[in-house]
Design a protein around this ligand. Sequence first.
Ligand code: ADP
Ligand code: MG
Length: 341
Amino acid sequence: MGIVRRMDEALANRIAAGEVVERPANVLKELVENSLDAGAKSINVSMRGAGVEELVVEDDGGGMDPEDALACFQRHATSKLTQDSDLFRIATMGFRGEALASISSVAKVVLQTGQGAGIGHEVVMVPGQPVQQRSISRTQGTRISVSDLFFNTPARRQFLKTDRGEAAAAKSWLTRLAMANPDVAFSLRDEKSERLRVAAVGPTYSEKDRLAELMGKGISGGLYLFEGEREGYSLRAFAARPDLSRRDRRGLMIFINNRFVDDRRLQQAVVEGFRSVLEVGRHPVAVVFLKVPPGLVDVNVHPQKTEVRLAQPRLAFSVIRGTIADGLIDAPWLEINLPEG
Ligand code: ADP
Ligand code: MG
């Protein structure tokens, strides 16, 4: 008797951190998602030491008042969920109120935030030390610096890849978030140079051009858009010419309700859609946005939220495959790619 004890909050946070935060890229993703949730139109990320030494995310979103600037570090603190039923309708998905609590249990965090009156608030959180806070002057928006990641959990630090690997993972997360949020400007820089910069779409900057830029050099000939809709599912797929296809899947990105997902079956649906113009074993270079009625997708399968559970996987599959296969009839590539005869 008397062996079972409630974990203290700091320990619970550190365990939760293992699920939410495995590497700098996860920190980046959580912070940038918060900036997006706060209505930011411009998000700038900078990192040192591949984001392990320091990762900074600065936004021009709504900011927080002094009380929230402190409360946001509490476990299950969230402004985005107030009743049970929200769970079923939630459009911004995932675990709620875990990220900042988790991150601040395995790193040093400095939060500076303001709501536009010229005056703002700074909170400094260092695990094991008393919280410090003070008023500062600042414009509207939030800047969060996360430094010395895993300084108090050295075992976790050992699982990190090389700086190059971590930096690349962070960049690809920012790229995905940028793809899914065309109305927001993003940038990423490290100690050496600017690694990514993309403006919001505008009258002279189409979503197609913006995606082509985010997909990287070599998307010559631009992208072609496939669109379709069925039974509440809708698809927009931006694809590069089939001769730019790849042996690996790295050029194929799928988003469900604007969240990046890593789902083999849905990737396969895209591949099958392109079947008539792709050799076996090749994968298209494409960015695919599938919209699913919110009640029919469960995103809480994996803490890092790249897996989802669909209520109607077959329907999703056939909307993807069908829209692309049908769209190929009008695609401008057929004459160059159809096999002879
Ligand atoms: P969640 O995003 O699930 O609510 P987080 O731990 O990521 O949980 O954030 C906790 C809360 O802190 C958010 O609900 C939000 O109210 C506030 N917050 C975090 N980041 C920002 C930001 N960049 N701008 C404004 N508010 C923020
Ligand atoms: Mg969050």
